[in-house]
Ligand binder design. Structure first.
Ligand SMILES: [Zn+2]
Length: 256
């Protein structure tokens, strides 16, 4: 596989990044491309998620809009989850279950094992949430990371299995919240791209068969709660105005 990009007359090594067209990974993509003028190799693991089509469509749209980055943005490497080696699957799932982390990290870890480069993951700074089924990865990872978001060589005994699972990955966003990412993006001129990202796992369909965010799944709720972005009944995916709070109640999104 060709693992280089052209920057002017220079051939540069790209930063490898897991990308889904979502908020965090797209923020990192833009930060690397547009602020740091770094080359990026996006990697997308294809699976059977209901959001797959919407994610692909969003990434395609963003890739077109990022055409100004030129050859710094390499074509997305699409990986079929069925091509991933199964050897460590049950071990990974056991570790993730033990630490109450989402199972999606199993596929990322199995891909990383066979990939010859470090890969970045856009995981935001953790924050309190009422959802206790899965712990946010940032809570568990933070004590294991150095200032650059790399895993330390030495970690507490109880985290050694996770250290092994995430080996070779880097977490550059774990010190940033979504609102902080939005502020940085606005200041650097790519806030609009961030708003057009796709987070929903269980999209609804409009009569015209356009996918719209459900407003109810965890990524939707996080996006609404943290960034005060609402989903409108008109089918517009993301409205810019802040979420409306009813007196004495938490705001709830309108769902198309
Ligand atoms: Zn949703």
């Amino acid at each position: 596989m060709l693992h280089s990009a052209r920057h002017g007359s220079l051939i540069v090594e790209p930063t490898d990044l897991f990308w889904t067209g979502g908020w965090d990974s797209t923020f990192r993509l833009c930060q690397l491309l547009l602020e740091q003028r770094a080359a990026v190799q996006p990697i997308y693991i294809e699976n059977r998620r209901r959001s797959r089509r919407a994610e692909l469509k969003t990434m395609q749209m963003l890739q077109t809009r990022l055409a100004s980055a030129g050859p710094l943005l390499l074509p997305t490497l699409r990986v079929d989850r069925r091509s991933l080696a199964l050897a460590h699957r049950s071990r990974n799932l056991r570790i993730l279950r033990h630490h109450r982390l989402g199972f999606q990290y199993d596929q990322l870890a199995r891909f990383r094992e066979s990939y010859p480069h470090e890969i970045e993951i856009g995981i935001e700074k953790p924050h309190r949430t009422r959802n206790v089924r899965h712990v946010q990865a940032g809570f568990v990872l933070a004590p294991m990371l150095d200032a650059n978001g790399r895993l330390r060589d030495t970690v507490p005994e109880e985290l050694r299995d996770l250290r092994q699972l995430f080996d070779g990955m880097r977490f550059p966003l774990v010190h940033l919240t979504k609102p902080e990412m939005l502020r940085i993006a606005e200041a650097a001129g790519y806030g609009e791209l961030l708003r057009r990202t796709w987070s929903c796992l269980t999209p609804a369909r409009t009569p015209r068969r356009n996918a719209v965010p459900c407003g109810r799944c965890r990524p939707c709720r996080l996006r609404i709660a943290r960034c005060r972005i609402v989903i409108t009944k008109s089918g517009a995916r993301i409205a810019r105005q802040p979420a409306v709070r009813r007196r004495g109640r938490r705001s709830r999104p309108s769902v198309a």
